[in-house]
Design a protein around this ligand. Structure first.
Ligand SMILES: [Zn+2]
Length: 431
C-alpha cells in the first residue's frame, strides 16, 4: 500500500503530524498529478491543497480514474474538501468540517477556502486568510456573545465582497473583536483530521464507477498500459517523435474524414488534411492564408521559414481535436512495441529513477517534486529548441496535451536529461 498526501499552505508542517508513517508528502495537487502516480489497488491518496489559479486544477476525471484504479481518495480542508463534496457520490471520501459544510450546501463558493500563499521554497506561508476561517471564528464569538450577530454578518459580507487575494490579515486587525485570539484555523484542523484518517491502519472502504474515456484520460491511461512509461519517454525524448506523431494524426484525420464526410465531400485544397479542416469549418475554401486562431500552433522559426501550405498543414494537425475514440497514441504505442523500442525507454526510466533516489538521499530536502517549474520549462525549451512561450505548441507537436502536462511528464527525468543528456538521446527511425 502506498500513501500520498498533497498538502501546502493549509498545513505547511504536515510531516510533523504524519509522524513515522510512510506517507509521501507532495506539494499542492494540480492537473495531471494523480494519473502520474499510476494509482494501484490499495493506494491511499489524500488531497488537502491544490493549485487553481496559476495552473490547471486537478480534474474531477483524474480523481475518478484513481478511484477506478482501486485507490482510496480522501479530501479535506481546501481543494480536497471541494472535490470531495463534488465527488462524494462517486466514491471520494471527505473528512472534516469544511467538507461537511460544502457537502451540505452550507458553503457554496470555492473562494471560501482560497488563499494567496508563498511557494514551497518559502514554506507555503499563507498571505491571506480563507473566508471559511473567518466564518467559523465569528460563529464562535457570537456564541460567546463577544460580537453581535449583525456585526458578524456585516463583517462576513464585507470580506466576501473582496477578492480572495485582498483578504489580508491586516484587514482583520482593524476590527475591535479580538479575532486573532479566537481564530479558528479551519483548514489546519481539517488537514490534521485527514492525516489521522490516513494513518489509521484499517482498510478505507472504496468504491468506484466507470469513467467515460475522454482523450485526456485515455492519454494518461495509455501511458500506463504501455509497460509504464515507454510512450511518454519517446514523446519527451524520441528523436523523430514529432514526425511520427504528425503522421499518425494525419492518418487519423483522413480516417475521420472518410467516415464522417464520405467520398462526395468537397476537395477545395490540394491536400486531404486541409480538405477535412475545411469540412469542419477550420478553413475557408481554397484560401492558403493562415487564420489568426491557428497562429499559436506554430513556432516563430517555422512562421518565418515554411511555405504557406506547409504552415497550414502543421497548424491544422496540431490544433485538430480528434474524436475521443480516435487515438493516435494507441497507434504510437503499437509502433514503439513493434520496433522493439520499449526496452530502451525503460532503461531511461530506470536510470532516471536511480539518479533521483541518489539525489534525494545525498541532498537533504531535495525531491523531484521540488524542482521549480521554470527550470523544467527552461530544460524543455532547450530540448525542443523553442521559446518558453512556445512550449504549448512543442507539447502538442509531440502528442502531449499541453505545456503543463509536458512539464509534469518531464519532472522525473529532469536530473538525467540535464546532467547526462546523452542518456536520453533516443533515435526513432520511423521510415
Ligand atoms: Zn472531411
Amino acid at each position: 500500500m502506498r500513501r500520498f498526501l498533497f498538502v501546502g499552505p493549509s498545513l505547511p508542517d504536515a510531516r510533523k503530524y504524519s509522524g513515522e508513517e510512510d506517507i509521501r508528502i507532495l506539494p499542492p495537487v494540480r492537473a495531471g498529478d494523480l494519473p502520474a502516480l499510476a494509482p494501484r489497488p490499495g493506494d491511499v491518496i489524500g488531497i488537502i491543497d491544490g493549485l487553481f489559479h496559476q495552473v490547471r486544477s486537478v480534474q474531477h476525471k483524474e480523481i475518478l480514474f484513481a478511484l477506478q484504479c482501486g485507490a482510496a481518495v480522501l479530501g479535506a480542508a481546501s481543494m480536497g474538501a471541494l472535490r470531495a463534496a463534488e465527488l462524494a457520490a462517486f466514491g471520494m471520501r471527505g473528512v472534516g468540517r469544511v467538507f461537511a459544510d460544502f457537502a451540505s450546501g452550507r458553503l457554496t463558493a470555492d473562494d471560501e477556502v482560497a488563499v494567496v500563499h508563498t511557494g514551497r521554497e518559502h514554506g507555503f506561508k499563507s498571505l491571506t486568510f480563507p473566508l471559511v476561517s473567518l466564518r467559523y471564528t465569528l460563529e464562535r464569538l457570537v456564541e460567546l456573545e463577544r460580537i453581535p450577530p449583525r456585526e458578524a454578518e456585516r463583517l462576513i459580507r464585507d470580506m466576501r465582497a473582496l477578492h480572495y487575494t485582498d483578504r489580508t490579515f491586516n484587514r482583520l486587525r482593524e476590527t475591535p473583536y479580538g479575532l486573532e485570539c479566537a481564530w479558528v484555523d479551519a483548514k489546519k484542523d481539517d488537514a490534521i483530521s485527514l492525516i489521522d484518517e490516513m494513518c489509521q491502519k484499517r482498510d478505507i472502504p472504496r468504491e468506484s464507477r466507470d469513467v467515460p474515456n475522454t482523450i485526456y484520460l485515455h492519454a494518461w491511461r495509455l501511458g500506463q498500459e504501455i509497460n509504464g512509461h515507454a510512450l511518454r519517454i519517446y514523446q519527451l525524448f524520441g528523436d523523430g517523435y514529432e514526425e511520427l506523431h504528425t503522421r499518425l494524426v494525419r492518418d487519423a484525420i483522413k480516417d475521420e474524414c472518410a467516415s464522417r464526410c464520405g467520398p462526395d465531400a468537397a476537395t477545395a485544397f490540394p491536400d486531404p488534411i486541409l480538405n477535412h479542416a475545411h469540412h469542419e469549418g477550420f478553413l475557408a475554401p481554397d484560401d492558403p492564408a493562415l487564420p489568426p486562431r491557428l497562429h499559436p500552433w506554430l513556432t516563430s522559426a517555422e512562421r518565418s521559414a515554411d511555405p504557406p501550405l506547409t504552415l497550414l498543414r502543421k497548424a491544422v494537425t496540431r490544433a485538430f481535436r480528434l474524436l475521443p475514440d480516435v487515438t493516435p497514441d494507441a497507434e504510437a504505442g503499437r509502433r514503439l512495441r513493434s520496433l522493439g523500442l520499449e526496452a530502451r525507454a525503460l532503461e531511461v526510466h530506470e536510470l532516471a529513477t536511480t539518479m533521483n533516489l541518489n539525489a534525494e538521499s545525498r541532498l537533504p530536502g531535495f525531491s523531484v517534486e521540488a524542482i521549480p517549474d521554470d527550470r523544467l520549462a527552461q530544460l524543455a525549451g532547450n530540448l525542443y529548441g523553442v521559446r518558453p512561450d512556445e512550449l504549448e505548441t512543442a507539447a502538442r507537436m509531440r502528442g502531449i496535451s499541453g505545456a503543463d502536462v509536458l512539464i509534469a511528464a518531464l519532472r522525473p527525468y529532469y536530473l538525467l536529461a540535464k546532467y547526462n543528456p546523452e542518456k536520453v538521446v533516443l533515435p526513432l527511425d520511423i521510415s
